[in-house]
Design a protein around this ligand. Structure first.
Ligand SMILES: O=P(O)(O)OC[C@H]1O[C@](O)(COP(=O)(O)O)[C@@H](O)[C@@H]1O
Ligand SMILES: [Mg+2]
Ligand SMILES: [Mg+2]
Length: 358
């Protein structure tokens, strides 16, 4: 006991650094983005090791006295991950960085040609539960005529030149798209400390029988979201004519990973709780990078109605409602909202009854 067994890896899988080099040879303008991804991956290897130690490292899931700009109580790991990734971006040629954990954008290298937005630790409520968590990143080109640091970040998601996330789960993997490339998954070989190519993602199945939503917010949702989820829950007897399954990991990275590989629809809509008019997720470092991957893999991502990648941010920490996944159900959510006929069709079926009855 205690001795590490040699774990054979499939032979011939490409190393992450080799993939980055190859992408830059094909398109030299990706050089800065590739360097940023390389630093993110190297930092993720270290963070993955810490996370793997859990309580043996320390109380990573413990709450601190501090809150971030959004009012979330910070966990020890939120702050540690933030420090590690901001340091990593100092080593890359990055003009500036926005992090969920920092109120303002940080200027790093004024000669660099990219800015990076990050959620250093996604799924914070899962830390002490030993459930998947992650790091999300988005890379934008700097703007030639920006008059402030923040302005570089206020571009629509469609302008991203790279985006992705690392997931720390049973496997630690980096999931990303660089330039015009497809969505790739490289998985960490823990015995070697390097990421190797595992999967080229896509296309995401058009249809699916899985949805992901925090159903405890049902009473706060607007009618069209309630209607959509009620119709899913009615299974083959309802208007969807299929039985659904529900998943909610409470880590966006884990829901995105699952949906990229087998389809489904994710919803974090706006709701009536104070401060939740635009849901919970942040546009720059949660919505936009996930939408970039989903659309690149043949899925659809919206703010509930309109394409998410078209939204021009007005503030670096702004929230957005987020719906993404398989094309058919994601578009259907938008139809429930915008097409009165859909509501009219379903009205007689339910007569205003709720999914969850007291
Ligand atoms: O606890 P809720 O309301 O279900 O929210 C879960 C969502 O919040 C998040 O944890 C927010 O991200 P952070 O942990 O980075 O704040 C998402 O990963 C997840 O989808
Ligand atoms: Mg997050
Ligand atoms: Mg976070």
């Amino acid at each position: 006991m205690g001795k590490r067994r040699d774990m054979p890896r499939i032979s011939g899988a490409q190393d992450f650094e080799a993939y980055l080099k190859q992408s830059v040879v094909a398109n030299p303008r990706l050089d800065a983005a590739a360097k940023a991804l390389s630093e993110i991956a190297a930092t993720a290897v270290k963070l993955s090791d810490l996370i793997g130690l859990g309580q043996l490292y320390g109380r990573l899931g413990a709450s601190r006295d501090s809150t971030n700009t959004d009012g979330d109580v910070q966990k020890e790991l939120d702050v540690l991950a933030d420090e590690m990734f901001v340091e990593a971006m100092r080593r890359a040629p990055v003009y500036g960085v926005v992090s969920e954990e920092l109120s303002e954008a940080v200027l790093l290298d004024p000669t660099a040609s990219i800015v990076v937005s990050m959620d250093p630790l996604d799924g914070s409520s899962n830390i002490d539960a030993n459930v998947s968590i992650g790091t999300i990143f988005s890379v934008l080109p700097t703007l030639p005529d920006a008059s402030s640091l923040e302005e570089h970040f206020l571009q629509p998601g469609s302008a991203q030149i790279a985006a992705g996330f690392v997931i720390y789960g049973p496997q630690t993997s980096i999931v990303f798209a660089l330039g015009d490339g497809p969505v790739e998954i490289f998985t960490l070989d823990r015995s070697d400390g390097r990421f190797f190519h595992a999967v080229t993602v896509g296309p995401i199945p058009k249809e699916s029988s899985e949805y992901a939503v925090n159903a405890s917010n049902y009473r706060h949702w607007e009618p069209s979201i309630r209607a959509f989820i009620e119709d899913c829950a009615r299974g083959v007897e309802g208007p969807m004519k299929r039985n659904y399954n529900m998943r909610w990991v409470a880590a966006l990275v884990a829901e995105a990973y699952r949906i990229l590989l087998r389809g489904g629809v994710f919803l974090y809509p706006g709701d009536q709780r104070p401060g939740y008019a635009d849901g919970r997720l942040r546009l720059l470092y949660e919505g936009a990078p996930i939408a970039f991957l989903i659309e690149r893999a043949g899925g659809v991502a919206t703010d509930g109605v309109n394409p998410l990648l078209d939204i021009v941010p007005s503030a670096i920490h702004q929230r957005t409602p987020l719906v993404f996944g398989s094309a058919d159900p994601t578009r259907l959510v938008a139809r429930y909202r915008s097409d009165p006929k859909v509501s009219a069709e379903r009205a007689p079926l339910f007569g205003g009854r709720g999914l969850i009855r007291g």
